[in-house]
Ligand binder design. Structure first.
Ligand SMILES: [Zn+2]
Length: 81
C-alpha cells in the first residue's frame, strides 16, 4: 500500500515524564502551593491552573498538599453549615 510507511513513521509526540517535569518546573513548589491554597477560595487564571495541574503530575509533595487543602476546605465548609 503506498504511503503506509509514511503513516507508520509518523509518531504521535508522547508526553514523557521528563517533558512533564520541565513543564511542571515552570512553577516552583512554593508557587504551586501558594496557588493551590488560593484556588480553594477563589478562581485562578486558566494558564496558572494548567501549570499547577502539570506540576501535580510529577510532584508528590504538592499533590499531598492539595489533598490536605481539600480536606481542610471541606471540613471548614461542613463546620460552617
Ligand atoms: Zn511541588
Amino acid at each position: 500500500m503506498p504511503g503506509a510507511d509514511v503513516v507508520r513513521g509518523r509518531r504521535q509526540p508522547t508526553l514523557t515524564r521528563e517533558t512533564l517535569r520541565k513543564l511542571g518546573r515552570l512553577i516552583s513548589c512554593k508557587e504551586a502551593s501558594r496557588a493551590i491554597s488560593r484556588m480553594q477560595d477563589r478562581d485562578v487564571s486558566l494558564p496558572l491552573y494548567l501549570r499547577i495541574r502539570l506540576h501535580l503530575l510529577w510532584c508528590e509533595a504538592c499533590k499531598r498538599f492539595l489533598q490536605q487543602m481539600r480536606f481542610m476546605h471541606d471540613a471548614m465548609r461542613r463546620y460552617r453549615q
